[in-house]
Ligand binder design. Structure first.
Ligand code: PMP
Length: 398
């Protein structure tokens, strides 16, 4: 796969960009679609009788259909435009808080390697409802502990929320197994697809989950875009979180009735340009094919893993297999910040720190890691340069 030329920033850069888990670079078609929207289509949606407003509305609703197809969602009414994965998870947590469906003493289970976005919203829900947040342990090899999880499930479990792929470790979680066991226990399920969306074909029907959230910017779309998918009957049942324009059917000073799906959850003027451009990014990814992207990235990830494993003193977090396009390392005696800074001076962009996974870092007894994360435009040369630079930087630091 050679897609570097599609990405102006990558094509112009002499450096190596390996911080794709934080945000991915944008292809030219996405950048151009954003300008095209403002040059030819800009108008507020849904409220206008004039032609431009109708065209903008049609373009946004066509984008919703593209997202529904991408996720294999049964209906586009189940596609809620959000500002990102964080907002999607908060939407469900807040709606559940106000739904009366979560009662004191009930439990919310999250994996230990969850991002703060899949911890804090549930803690907030627990504070208000008296429910209890319980972390699902990891095994010694840092994989998801399925046996421990199964033993935690009970009639008290209200919701299970896990990432499909951990953003700090890069390991996949057995989401299908997790979801089917949760369903048998009568619990709701939410999949945080932030790190899987750009690498693995999503299929909400096959997954069988109740909710799935992701951010556009990790799949080559602009920041400030995202999707929450939810099962229609649940979205119908839950109360809206934000109030304002567009989410209403009728407002009087006495009371308000709410709009039908998906608009009930989309208060205020949406990120119209962003939503339309998100669909462009999904089309771009589909034109290359997610299986081809995944195969390309898996080969590079293995090359990186084997190269890092051969450098003395490096501890790679988690095993070689069952992993996404991401590797985190810890080097005892070397601060991740120093390593990241030196790598940057050598032209290699990686991320260092806790990766918004402080509870995981506490579990590991470390303050942070150095994380290399890949995208479809990375090459063998990128990996080899990152490995050479890492060897040199560690030589200087030790
Ligand atoms: N979950 C995971 C697993 C993530 O990696 C991220 C982003 N790092 C998020 C949630 C939150 O995404 P955003 O900040 O785009 O809302």
């Amino acid at each position: 796969m050679n897609a570097r030329a599609d990405f102006p920033l990558i094509a112009a850069s002499k450096g190596v960009y390996l911080d794709n888990a934080a945000t991915a670079q944008k292809p030219r078609c996405v950048i151009e679609a954003e300008s095209r929207y403002y040059e030819t289509l800009n108008a507020n949606v849904h409220r206008g009788v004039h032609s431009l407003s109708r065209l903008a509305t049609e373009a946004q609703e066509a984008a919703r259909r593209t997202v529904a197809q991408f996720l294999h969602a049964p209906s586009e009414q189940e596609i809620i435009f959000t500002s990102g994965c964080t907002e999607g998870i908060n939407l469900i947590a807040q709606s559940l808080t106000h739904s009366g469906l979560v009662r004191a003493g009930e439990e919310i289970l999250v994996s230990t390697d969850s991002h703060h976005s899949n911890i804090v919203p549930w803690q907030m829900l627990c504070e208000r409802t008296g429910a209890r947040l319980r972390p699902i342990p990891l095994r010694e090899d840092l994989s998801f502990d399925t046996e421990a999880y199964l033993s935690m499930l009970s009639e008290h479990t209200r919701l299970v929320a896990v990432p499909a792929t951990s953003n700090a470790l890069g390991l996949h979680l057995p989401v299908r197994e997790i979801i089917s066991a949760a369903k048998q226990a009568g619990a709701l399920t939410l999949v945080d697809a932030a790190q899987s969306i750009a690498h693995e074909q999503p299929d909400v029907r096959a997954l069988g989950c109740d909710f799935l959230a992701f951010s556009g910017h990790k799949i080559y779309a602009p920041t400030g875009t995202g999707i929450l998918w939810g099962r229609a009957e649940l979205l119908e049942q839950l109360p809206p979180w934000k109030g304002g324009g567009e989410m209403i059917s009728e407002v009087t000073f006495a009371r308000t009735t709410y709009n039908h799906l998906p608009f009930k959850y989309e208060a205020g003027t949406p990120n119209i340009a962003g939503n339309i451009v998100l669909a462009e990014a999904l089309r771009y990814v589909q034109s290359l094919g997610l299986p081809a992207i995944a195969a390309h990235e898996a080969a590079l990830t293995h090359r990186l893993y084997d190269g890092l494993a051969a450098i003395p003193g490096i501890r790679i977090l988690g095993g070689r297999e069952n992993r996404g396009a991401l590797i985190s390392i810890n080097v005892p005696g070397v601060h991740h910040y120093d390593l990241g800074t030196l790598l940057d001076q050598m032209g290699i962009a990686v991320r260092t720190g806790h990766h918004c996974c402080q509870p995981l870092m506490q579990h590991l007894g470390i303050t942070g890691t150095t994380r290399y994360s890949l995208a479809l435009y990375n090459t063998e040369d990128d990996i080899d340069r990152a490995l050479t630079a890492t060897t040199q930087a560690l030589h200087m630091l030790r």
